[in-house]
Design a protein around this ligand. Structure first.
Ligand SMILES: [Zn+2]
Length: 259
C-alpha cells in the first residue's frame, strides 16, 4: 500500500491507484505463498534440495508450522484491513473472504499485544492442522504457557505489548490472559472445513512420499512437539518477529526511493 501510494505521488497524472480498479489483477495466492517461503527459510534454512528436505522423516513439524504460519499471516492481514483501497489490495492477493472472530481477536491483541496474540493464533492453527478439531481449555492453557516460554526464551522484547502502539508510548504492561476468553476468541477464528484440510494435507504429504493416512501421520500432540524442540521454538519466535515488525507503523523507517 505504501509503495503504491508513493508510486502515485511520484508520477502525478501518470499512474493512479484507481487504474487498478479498472484493470483488476487476477486474484492470487501471493500473500499466503510468500508467507510459506519466509517460513521455509526460517524452519529449513537453505537446503540444496528442497524435495529431500521436505521428504525427511523429521520434516513433519516444520511442514505443518509453515502452513500454520501462512494461515496466521493471511488471517492477520485480513484483520488489519482499513479502508477501501486496502480491502481491494487484499482481495486481489488472497482468496480469504471472511475474517471470523475479528473483533474478539482485536480485543485480545489490545490486551496481550500483537506478538502474543499472533503466537497464540499460530499454535491454535497448528493444533488444528494436527486434526484436533476442538480447541479444549487444557490445550489453550498449554498453548498460552508455551507462547510465554517461546517469547521468554527467544524474544523477550516482543512479549511487552504496546511498545509499538500508534502513540509511540509504552502505556501498559501485558495483561494476564484470561484463558476462557482466549479460547472463545481462538475457537471463533478456527472455522476450517475438516474435509478440505484433510484433502489438501494428504495431497501435499503424498507428494513428498508419505502415506495417505494423514490422520495417523499427524496423530502426535503438536504442542508437545514444539515444547520438545528448541530449534522449532527459535524459528517460531523469529517468524513472529517478522509478522509484528511488518505490522508496525513506518515511523522512523526511511522509505526506499521510487524512481
Ligand atoms: Zn499453505
Amino acid at each position: 500500500m505504501r509503495a503504491l501510494r508513493r508510486l502515485e505521488a511520484r508520477r502525478p497524472g501518470f499512474f493512479e491507484l484507481r487504474d487498478l480498479r479498472l484493470n483488476r489483477p487476477t486474484p492470487n495466492y501471493l500473500l499466503h505463498e510468500s508467507a510459506h517461503a519466509i517460513a521455509f527459510r526460517e524452519l529449513f534454512g537453505r537446503p540444496r534440495d528442497v524435495r529431500v528436505a521436505l521428504t525427511n522423516e523429521s520434516a513433519l513439524l516444520g511442514i505443518e508450522l509453515g502452513e500454520a504460519y501462512a494461515m496466521t499471516a493471511e488471517y492477520l492481514a485480513s484483520a488489519a484491513i482499513s479502508g477501501p483501497l486496502h480491502r481491494f489490495l487484499f482481495s486481489v492477493n488472497s482468496y480469504r473472504l471472511r475474517t471470523p472472530g475479528k473483533q474478539a481477536i482485536g480485543e485480545l491483541a489490545a490486551d496481550l499485544g500483537l506478538a502474543r496474540t499472533a503466537l497464540a493464533i499460530l499454535l491454535a492453527f497448528l493444533n488444528n492442522l494436527f486434526f484436533r478439531e476442538r480447541l479444549t481449555q487444557s490445550s489453550v492453557d498449554r498453548l498460552l504457557s508455551l507462547s510465554d516460554q517461546i517469547l521468554g526464551e527467544c524474544a523477550p522484547a516482543l512479549a511487552r505489548p504496546q511498545e509499538r502502539a500508534a502513540t509511540g508510548r509504552r502505556t501498559r504492561v501485558p495483561a494476564t490472559p484470561n484463558p476462557a476468553r482466549v479460547r472463545r476468541a481462538l475457537s471463533e477464528l478456527m472455522q476450517m472445513d475438516s474435509d478440505f484440510r484433510t484433502d489438501t494435507t494428504r495431497l501435499f504429504l503424498n507428494m513428498f512420499g508419505r502415506n495417505r493416512n494423514v490422520k495417523r501421520i499427524l496423530s502426535a500432540d503438536p504442542l508437545a512437539l514444539v515444547a520438545g524442540d528448541a530449534n522449532a521454538r527459535r524459528s517460531i519466535a523469529a517468524l513472529i518477529r517478522i509478522l509484528v515488525d511488518d505490522a508496525a507503523p513506518a515511523r522512523g523507517r526511511r522509505p526506499h526511493a521510487v524512481r
